[in-house]
Design a protein around this ligand. Structure first.
Ligand code: SF4
Length: 386
């Protein structure tokens, strides 16, 4: 995937004066709150780092989150109202969690799908303000709109086939022509739930950019942070060595590659295996779960049924088994010699009390001799002058 810097001249978008405080408004659409849970579990940086302003050069974040807030009622809603009118007096970003439901469907029966706060109608009765309305209004004045999680970035589970809400993404709501006050289209951090550090690191990168202390973060053509979503799950998987050697798990709990029991990792862009779930621990394949593609726009329907061998695997794992069986045997042969010292080779015997180590066959010794000739073809073998 190509690297795309979406802005022609980033210098034009750096704020003229550095800011010491940026407000962040968290707005939930159709969601399970998993993205919020994920964000508060982040550690590099943590939410506390962002709120306390302990990242050198980055503005302190003032968070307005409906679940984490101490304020309630109109005291909580007032900053939202000011931001929606462009009267907050401080730069702010909008963080969207959850998909955008089609409120016209709910309104037809007098209800709503997802909302925050209320306005009075002509009769003085409170009417819920839909989340989509907040996003539309606040996005006009926002320094950045960041969609957090697969529901907000692409539609996700609420947008699965036959859903009754006509759910869609923040990008679908605001459209391709949307630009924030800094000239940015919607930034997308997918994942169900997204890796928490992916959320906080992206926010921190934007904050540093705002103050001219870091380059404009690069985003791909779908607005994903390029450095986080460029590689596939498979490229960072601790089981990739098994795949390469054509050895596959047959049931859950096996240690080998999970592709034949439903892993889509080779075609899914996500860094969960490299980064871990929380504090560099866990992560799907690291704990035995096949990748079901939760960071991808096609999720969930394009990956259904889950835990079934992906069709492409028939070709790739067959080839891998064929080549892997050769590679595996050659490596085991090298490994047998790497498990010996020169002294043991000269003695023709390994003095281990733990078990009997078989001597290598004549054929293997010949292959190893040829291997070493190649290894030291343009250098001295340690301890030798020839
Ligand atoms: Fe690739 Fe999945 Fe196998 Fe890991 S478990 S090596 S991601 S196919």
């Amino acid at each position: 995937m190509s690297s795309i810097a979406l802005l022609p001249n980033p210098d034009n978008f750096v704020l003229p004066n550095s800011v010491d405080e940026v407000h962040a408004f968290w707005i939930a659409g159709g969601s399970c709150d998993g993205c919020s849970i994920s964000a508060v579990g982040a550690s590099s940086p943590s939410v506390e780092n962002l709120l306390n302003g302990t990242i050198p050069g980055a503005a302190k974040v003032v968070l307005h989150h409906p679940v984490l807030a101490v304020n309630a009622g109109e005291a909580f809603m007032k900053p939202f109202r000011l931001a929606a009118k462009g009267e907050l007096g401080k730069p702010f970003v909008v963080l969207c969690e959850g998909s955008i439901m089609d409120e016209s469907i709910a309104a037809a029966s007098g209800g709503y799908w997802a909302g925050l706060g209320a306005d009075k109608d002509e009769n003085g009765d409170p009417q819920q303000i839909p989340s989509s309305s907040w996003i539309t209004r606040m996005s006009e004045h926002a320094a950045a709109v960041i969609a957090v999680g697969t529901c907000a970035t692409w539609g996700g589970v609420p947008a699965a086939a036959n859903n009754p809400t006509n759910a869609a993404s923040v990008m679908d709501l605001l459209g391709e022509d949307y630009r924030s006050t800094l000239g940015l289209p919607v930034i997308n951090i997918p994942g169900c739930a997204p890796q928490g550090d992916n959320i906080t690191e992206t926010i921190a990168s934007v904050l540093l950019f705002l103050n001219g202390l870091a380059p404009l973060p690069e985003f791909d053509e779908l607005g994903r942070p390029q450095w986080l979503f460029e590689d596939t799950v498979h490229q960072g998987c601790t089981r990739a060595g098994w795949y390469e050697e054509g050895t596959f798990a047959e049931e859950y709990g096996d240690k080998e590659c999970l592709v034949e029991i439903g892993c889509w990792g080779p075609v899914v862009q996500c860094n969960i295996n490299k980064r871990g779930a929380i504090n560099h621990v866990g992560g799907c394949m690291n704990v035995g779960a096949p990748c079901i593609g939760c960071t991808m726009p096609g999720f969930p329907d394009a990956f259904a049924p889950f835990y079934k061998t992906p069709p492409g695997t028939i070709v790739s794992s067959t080839i891998s088994k064929a080549t892997g069986s050769v590679i595996r045997n050659l490596r085991r042969m090298s490994m047998a010699y790497l498990n010996r010292t020169d002294r043991w080779n000269e003695q023709g015997h390994v003095p281990s009390g733990w078990g009997h180590v078989h001597e290598q066959s004549t054929l293997r010794k010949v292959v190893h001799y040829a291997y070493q000739k190649m290894q030291y073809s343009d250098s001295h073998k340690p301890g030798s002058n020839t």
